[in-house]
Ligand binder design. Structure first.
Ligand code: CUA
Length: 145
């Protein structure tokens, strides 16, 4: 028991020191948003996919308890998609299975990551941060056609 408590204290101390020392902040912390006004703040007032160029897209996604909006995003094969995600409530995850896309979605921040979908198929979008009783029901889909 004592060892457990000491180990925990040491672990938290190392984590805290490392976080402060390395200036660890939420991913892509350049863009902030008022979490109480996500539904009124463009472009998150109309979440979804936008074409920004030849085979280039931006996807604006709102992660909230316990769903992603939009829940399905359809993109063509070979498309380069920049995902922008934010949350109006609690911390969520944004993990697209079988891709390197794995973001933390933190209220007040806009996280972003780019991915090129080279293979057609249905990719599961999962919340991989525990966000409450419905966490395991929180998922979406990326359809690559
Ligand atoms: Cu959202 Cu777990």
């Amino acid at each position: 028991m004592t060892f457990g408590i000491i180990a925990l204290a040491v672990f938290l101390a190392i984590l805290g020191i490392a976080a402060i020392h390395d200036g660890i902040v939420p991913p892509s912390h350049l863009q902030t948003i008022d979490p109480t006004k996500v539904a009124q703040t463009p472009p998150f007032d109309k979440p979804g996919l936008r074409k920004i160029g030849e085979n280039a897209y931006e996807a604006y996604v709102v992660a909230r308890i316990f769903s992603f909006t939009p829940s399905t995003i359809t993109v063509p094969v070979g498309a380069s998609v920049t995902f922008y995600a934010t949350s109006p409530d609690v911390v969520h995850g944004f993990f697209i299975a079988n891709t390197p896309v794995n973001m933390m979605v933190v209220p007040g921040w806009v996280s972003d990551e780019v991915h090129v979908f080279k293979k057609p198929g249905t990719y599961l979008l999962l919340c991989n941060e525990y966000c409450g009783s419905g966490h395991h029901f929180m998922y979406g889909k990326i359809e690559v056609k």
